[in-house]
Write a new protein. Sequence first.
Length: 311
Amino acid sequence: MTTMLLAQFAPELYLERAHEFFTFQYDFVTMAMAASVFLGGLCGLIGTFLVLRGLSLLGDAVGHATLPGLCIGFLISGQVASPLLLVGALCSGLLGALFVGFSGRLPRSREDASIGLVLAIFFGAGIVLLSYIQQVAVTSYAGLDSILLGNVAGITSSQLWIMGGVGSVLVISVIAFYRWLLLTSFDPVFARVSAVPVRVVQYGMLAMLSTCVVLAIQAVGVVLVSAMLIIPASSARFWTCRLHYVCVFAGFFGAFSGLLGAFFSYLQEGVPTGPAMVVVASVMFLFSYVFGPQGGLFSSRKSSSPEAKEV
């Protein structure tokens, strides 16, 4: 086994692929890299407000809730590349997010239980539909199962333009309503007293989350999209306490994870881009957890040491 692994290891091949990747020799590689970087940064930005609101698992629920919509869109269109798949994913994702939002307001309902219900019910329905499609559609089914882990290499130029346009609208929305998002994230009571439409902001945030998830599932997949929403934002909190800097750091960590994830996926054949992005983001989180100046392991020990107390 070891001999086989050593035989497959070819440094010159990896150097050649690295040169091809960073010199943009192939259009499909360039589009895959651009999509991974942009979507990683977008997930980091949107995920910041989920982490601050204590709704990290909501991204996981919405990501799993898109699966039945994708399957229904495929059953209607019969094609994996049809826009109906994204429309169906957006509708089912929004439905799941709105269910969490509405049920969380009920007096005898808990938000974490609502998130668990959405995740289980929608994902279960999606798996049933996926199994049905496997039995019915034999030829046109090819490629649909890649939605679970993502397939950024299959992104076309038109899809990339759509991602860029819709994602830019999300970024502009965050910038335009930043003050409202800030107030509702930290002090909803004060925001309500200050005449901020808290409920509108909450449902707007759910809509932005659903849209971001639908855009990202092409690259990261249904299963792992929540990781790119949570991990970069969690890493950013170890580097700064100011929200606007947290957004910048989270976007950078997500974009950098997308870049290295796409690079490792191209470097080693058979490695999906989505899991590679999550692994890179996890390594960056561990680094931030240990060396981050705001609550990192080393900084906490240094501040609690007797020498620091004397100073």
